[in-house]
Every structure is written in C-alpha cells, then in structure tokens.
Design a binder for this molecule. Structure first.
Ligand SMILES: Nc1ncnc2c1ncn2[C@@H]1O[C@H](COP(=O)(O)OP(=O)(O)O)[C@@H](O)[C@H]1O
Ligand code: SF4
Ligand SMILES: [Mg+2]
Length: 322
C-alpha cells in the first residue's frame, strides 16, 4: 500500500463567534472528517455552500487550526507544529476560487510569478526567468515572453486562472488545495482549465483536494469523491462509482441538480433538495440531513448514522444501508 502524502484524522474545526459581552456561539464548520491523500490522487470535496469545504481545505494547509484531530504530512504530525513551516508551505499550495482577487492588479505577470521564488530564497535572475518561462509553457500561455510584461487586467478570466495555477506550481508542491478553481470563470473555459490541470497533475504526480459545489465537474477530474453535509462526510468512494451509483439521498439530489436556466444565475445550480441547508451552530440531532430527507424513518432524528463501507471502497452514512 502506498503511504499517503497527507492524512487527516477526525478533524474538527470550529469558529467561535462572540455574542454580546459574554456570550459565544460555536460554528461547527468541520465536525469529524478523516481522509487520506495518496501521491497522484485527486479527491473532490463536494457539497452545498456552507457545508465546510473551504474550512477543511484551509485546515489541511494549516491556515486555520483544528480544535481536534490530526494532520499528518509525509508521516509527520504537524497538527500543532509551531516551528518553522517553510518546508510545508513550499510543498503544500492553494489555488483560490477568484483569479480576479488572487492577482495583484499593479504587478506584472513576471513580478507575480517571481514573488514565490524570491520568498523561498531564489536570487539568481536567470534561474527565476527560466522557471517562469517553463511554468507559463506548462499552463499553455505561449509564447511566454508575450505575457511577462502584461498586467492581470489585460488577460481573460481563464488566462488569469492559468497564471494562478502557474504560480502555485512554481515551488513544485506535492499537495495542492484547489478551492472552486473554475467557478468564477466563463463556462466555456472551465472544461479546458480542468483538463489542463488534470494533465499537469498526472505528469507531476501531485495530490489535489478539489473543492467544488458542482458534482458534475468531478467526472473527468477526480479519482475519489467525498460528499460533505454539515461538516461531515456522508458518502465517499471512487468518482465513477459514486456518480453511477450514488447511495446517500443527499448525493442523489446533488447529482439530479441542474444548472439554473436564469442567465443571471448561470454559475449556480437550481436547488433540488427542498428545505433549508443546516445551521452549523445548531445542527439537528440524529442524521443531520433528516429534516430534508425524503426517505427518513424512525431512528433518523435520534441517532447519527456512522460512515460505513457498504460496497468495496464505497462508504455511506445512512441508516438505509446496514
Ligand atoms: N472565519 C469564519 N468565522 C466564522 N464562521 C465561519 C468562518 N469561515 C466560515 N465560517 C462558517 O463556517 C461554515 C462553513 O463555511 P465554509 O468552510 O466556507 O463552507 P463552504 O466552503 O462549503 O461554503 C459556514 O457556516 C460559514 O458561515
Ligand atoms: S439516515 Fe435517515 S434521514 Fe439520514 S439520509 Fe439516511 S434515510 Fe435520510
Ligand atoms: Mg467555500
């Protein structure tokens, strides 16, 4: 069995909101998630807005501290590691959702791409230039020389996201969090960027946490799907298997979701799960999905279903599957 690059063990990440002078509310954004990333594998984290995907990604990068659980990176427990994290920051990168905000509008593409190299100690200008040219070629921005002196506003959304990806790759990460990397760019460029991303990832054998609210985009991109609901994984399995044979009623509803026909909402999915998304401050007792579940029955509002392997490598947390 190949050793995982990253292992998340029963991660809980809570936010504390102050209320008045003495009161406080606890937002249970991630509430007991375990996952393993083996080299060269992409795991898609799928679920509605607010279910804890971004918090999970940020926790895995140590950008936010979990209240419980462990983060094991290359065999080392880094959960509460307080020393110099530069080695980790180099090997674990993030691609943000919004390429418009991720790039400084006053910096040229050359400045944007040289920055991480300089921060990590590279001083030789010709080495920096070589690496930048190579990275631009890798994301198919050619001829690279044409882009070096440009500024972000001179590029399309798709091109900007390629720059964001190139910047993340410059330090040769082995693990990358891609948080909704194509949701803010034009629909016509999305498939192209995901395909490019996938081919780069395969060549480099990187592991990726691919965060998305749109389960349809996992089809050609991820190896595994983890469906999150209210801070928990409620279904996990190989992408093809989960898409072909979804077991959890929530996953079924996500797969049945269709793009909203209103052009104003063209990046949104029309909700097909009736009812309100769960409140992470007061999650319902029992199965967190029970208030919205069309299949709920007797124990569902009292006990919490555990995540169980019901077919080979296919896990589900639902009492319909014993
Ligand atoms: N910095 C924060 N402080 C307080 N609550 C937060 C913070 N970030 C996220 N949350 C809350 O945590 C929950 C999960 O958010 P998030 O991880 O962003 O989910 P997703 O990426 O799936 O939309 C939401 O209820 C959100 O409002
Ligand atoms: S455990 Fe019950 S409420 Fe939860 S998804 Fe399964 S059937 Fe629905
Ligand atoms: Mg998010």
């Amino acid at each position: 069995m190949v050793e995982p690059i990253l292992r998340l063990e029963n991660i809980k990440t809570y936010y504390i909101l102050r209320k008045g002078l003495f009161g406080k509310l606890i937002v249970k954004a991630v509430d007991g998630v375990s996952l393993e990333f083996r080299p060269g594998e992409i795991i898609a984290i799928v679920g509605e807005s607010g279910c804890g995907k971004t918090t999970l990604g940020r926790t895995s990068l140590k950008l936010v501290e979990p209240v419980a659980g462990k983060i094991i990176f290359e065999g080392q427990d880094i959960t509460h590691y307080k020393g110099d994290l530069k080695w980790f920051r180099k090997k674990a990168q993030i691609v943000f959702q919004d390429p418009f905000q991720a790039l400084n509008p006053y910096h040229s593409i050359y400045d944007i791409l040289s920055e991480p190299l300089i921060i990590f100690g590279e001083k030789d200008k010709s080495v920096i230039e070589d690496k930048i040219v190579k990275a631009l070629k890798e994301v198919k921005m050619t001829p690279p020389e044409e882009f070096l002196t440009k500024y972000p506003h001179m590029l399309s959304g798709g091109q900007r996201q390629r720059i964001v990806i190139a910047r993340a790759l410059l330090l040769d990460p082995i693990y990358l969090v891609a948080d909704e990397p194509v949701s803010m760019i034009d629909a016509s460029s999305r498939a192209e960027i995901l395909t490019l991303f996938r081919s780069i990832q395969k060549k480099r054998e990187m592991s990726i946490m691919y965060i998305t609210h749109d389960i349809a985009t996992t089809k050609y991109f991820s190896d595994w799907i983890a469906v999150m609901y209210a801070g928990k994984i409620i279904e996990y399995g190989p992408t093809r298997e989960v898409l072909k044979n979804p077991l959890h009623p929530y996953t079924k509803a996500l797969i049945a979701a269709v793009p909203d026909p209103d052009p104003e909402n063209r990046f949104k999915m029309r909700p097909v799960v009736p009812g309100e998304p769960p409140n992470p401050i007061n999650p319902p007792p029992g199965c967190r999905f029970h208030p919205r579940c069309p299949r709920r029955f007797d124990p569902c509002d009292k006990e919490e279903p555990p995540l169980k392997e019901v077919e080979k490598n296919h896990y589900v947390a639902c009492f319909l599957f014993k």
